[in-house]
Design a protein around this ligand. Structure first.
Ligand code: AMP
Length: 289
């Protein structure tokens, strides 16, 4: 595996790989790699001839300076894990390589998709994401790019951008990888105290309960309605983790992320909650069966 820091070097390696007939798989990350990231790399390894990973803590998608400052950056360990998972190339640029002096372009998905939920609670976040992802996709010239369903709204926004701009990359969505107790893996989990880590189990518990509520619907409970399920879950959160500070917990359409009333086939439960000062997000598709 090779590590490069310049756009020129990525282009050179990718061009060489293409010249030998390889398809290019690309996984954009912010590093602090865990099994969730590595699952994306392994999937790309299975499906592509050449696998490139980027490790770049993108400052423009952080709406809180403190969050950016404390974001973990264990580069040496990340390089070892990337190699083990099967990456051929890691692109680990400095901020100035991606945003040189005078950088002035933004790629913005201007739709309700970027205004609700993460977009509402993290102003400017999605503009930062789409700008850097558009730039990275151009740099990597990839056939396939791999994203996690853990960040479902981000995936929906990236899909919209790729469709709108007719980018030639296929976006591959990959299931959320979880800890043994169900907590979604996240680089932010390392910042949870032992006590908060225990409390965080409430998140997968709520998401599983959403499916149970839908399964046990009766005319009386009306738990086939998004707002009814969401209200149940909020009450459960309050009783199980009164110290948690909720940003949102709603039942939405998996494609548009607009709130849904009656669930006829499937819906998505999304949650963002602060536990012990760490903001965690998660989601789960629930199915009417
Ligand atoms: P990040 O480094 O947080 O920007 O994440 C890089 C990619 O890894 C994104 O596409 C995430 O959705 C994905 N990812 C992060 N955590 C997980 C997880 N637990 N399971 C699957 N994919 C994940």
């Amino acid at each position: 595996m090779q590590t490069v820091t310049t756009i020129t070097d990525v282009r050179k390696r990718v061009a060489e790989a293409k010249a030998t007939g390889h398809s290019i798989g690309f996984i954009p990350t912010m590093g602090a790699l865990h099994e969730g990231h590595l699952a994306l790399i392994r999937r790309a390894r299975q499906e592509c001839g050449f696998v490139a990973v980027s490790i770049f803590v993108n400052p423009t998608q952080f709406n809180e300076k403190r969050d950016l400052e404390v974001y973990p950056r264990p580069l040496e360990q990340d390089l070892l894990s990337s190699a083990e998972a099967g990456a051929d190339l890691v692109f680990a640029p400095e901020v100035g390589e991606i945003y040189p002096a005078g950088f002035a372009t933004q790629v913005v998905v201007d739709s309700p998709l970027t205004k609700a939920w993460e977009g509402y609670f993290r102003p400017g976040h999605f503009a930062g994401v789409t700008t850097v992802v558009a730039k990275l996709l151009h740099i990597a010239q990839c056939d396939r790019a791999y994203f996690g369903e853990k960040d479902w709204q981000q995936l929906a926004v990236v899909n919209q951008m790729v469709r709108d701009l007719s980018l030639p990359t296929v976006i591959v969505s990959c299931p959320t990888v979880r800890e043994a107790d169900g907590l979604a893996m996240s680089s932010r989990n390392a910042r949870l105290s032992a006590e908060s880590r225990k409390t965080a189990k409430v998140i997968p518990y709520l998401l599983d309960t959403a499916q149970d509520l839908l399964d046990s619907v009766t005319a009386e409970t009306q738990t086939d309605k998004g707002p009814v399920i969401a209200a149940w879950l909020r009450t459960l959160l309050e009783s199980n983790a009164p110290e948690a500070k909720l940003d949102y917990l709603v039942v939405v359409d998996p494609e548009t992320l607009a709130e849904v009333d009656e669930i006829t086939e499937r819906a998505l439960v999304i949650i963002a909650v602060h536990i012990g000062g760490v903001r965690l997000i998660d989601n789960r598709v629930i199915v009417r069966r």
